[in-house]
Design a protein around this ligand. Sequence first.
Ligand code: HEM
Length: 398
Amino acid sequence: MNSDELFLNEAFIKNPYPFYKDLRCQSKPLWLKAEPEIKTEGTWVFSKYKDVYEVFRQTENISKDINQVRAEDNKSIFDLNLLNMDGLKHTEHRKLLMQYFSAAKIELILPLLNKKIEELLSDMLKNKEFNFVSDFAEPLPIFVIGLIIGLPFDDLKIFRNTFNDFLNSIDRFQGKNDISYLKRIEFLNSFKSYLKVIIAQKKIDEGSLLSDLLGLQRKGNLSEDELMGMIFFLFFSGHETSISLISSLFYLLKKNPSQLESLKKNHELISSAIEEALRYESPLQRSSFRIVQNTIHINGFTVQNNQQIIALIGSANRDETVFVDPDVFDIARQNNPHLAFGFGIHNCFGRLLAVTEARLAILALINSDFNFELYECTPHWKKNSFVRSLESLMCRAT
Ligand code: HEM
C-alpha cells in the first residue's frame, strides 16, 4: 500500500489511533518508498514514544534542509522556512524570530486579544445556530498572528479561504500531486503580491515583526524571498495549529460534560485541560522533514544515508508504555509529557502563544451564560494526515 492509502483513507481520517497502535506493535518502523517530488530512498516512520522522542532529540547527521533533495520543479519560497534550516543559519533566524513570541511580547497583546475574544463571542452567540470552527476558532488565531506580524486582520481572513488547499498540498505523504502543487505556487504568489502591495503602501505597523524584518532586508541581511517565505510560514504555523487546538478542546469538553462541569467549577484545571487536548488530539500529527546524512541509530534501529525519518507525534502521545489509559481524555491528567510541540532544537516557540490563546478563549466561553449543544454526533475532521483539525462544529442554542 502507498502512503495515501495508509494515511488518507476514511477510517484513518476519522480515527487514526487504532492504526497507530498497530504500528507501535511492530518490531520495526514503517517503511514508505520514496515520493517522486523528493529525491531520497524513502522514509522510516517511527511511532513509539521513545523513538519519536529520539528523532526530535538527535541532531547529528540529520539535516532539515529539504531544498537539497526537492526536485527543481517542486521548489517554492515556503521551503525557505525555519523548519527547513540547519546549523548557524537556523540558530540565527530562530533567535531573530522567537523574541516576538516571548512572554513579555504576549503580555503586550493581551488587552487586544481579550477584546477580540469578547467581540467574536458576542457575534457568535447572537445566532441560534453557529459553526464554532469558522465563527470562533478560526478568526481568533488569524487575528493574533496578524497582530504580531503587523498585517491587517481583514486581509488575512481573505487568505484563510485558500489555506486548506495549501495545507493539503504540503501533506507530504500525498506525494507529488500536480494540481496541489500548482495551487500551492498560485497561492504563494498571490500572498507574495499582496505583501508587496502592503509594503509599497507602507501599511505595516511600526515595531511589528514585519517592519523589523524589512529593516534587515534593507540592510542586505535578508533576501526578498527569505522574508516572504518567513512571513508566510509564520502566518501558516501561527494559526493553523491553534485553530485545531481551540476546536478540539471545545469539542472534547462538550463530549465530556462531567469534565466540562469540573472545569467550570475549578478554572485552574484549564492548564491541564489544554495539555490533555494537545496530547489526545495533537494538532500536528507528525514531525516535519528530516533526512539522514551518514548512518544514525534510533534506539538501536539503523537508518542509512539519504533516508528520511518521520516521527508520529499523534501516536507517541497515545503510547500505552508512557501514558496511563492513553485513549481516555482526562483534563486532570497528572503525568503528561506529551510531544505535541516537538522537542530539541526545532521545538515550537509558539507554544506560549498557542496555550495563552486557548486558555483565554475557552475560559471566556465557559464563563458566558449562554447554553448551547453540538448538533452533529460525529464531527468531520479535515482530510489531512499532517494536521488533525475539525472541519466544522455545528452548535445550536438550547
Ligand atoms: C497548538 C499549537 C501548535 C502546535 C501543536 C505546534 C507544533 C509544532 C511542532 C510539533 C513543531 C516541531 C516540528 C518538527 O520538529 O518537525 C513546531 C515548530 C515550530 N512552530 Fe509550532 N505549533 C503550534 C503553534 C505555533 C504558533 C502559534 C507559532 C507562531 C508562529 C508556531 C511556530 C513554530 C515555528 C516557527 C516552528 C519551527 C521552529 C524551528 O524550526 O526552530 N507554532 N510547532
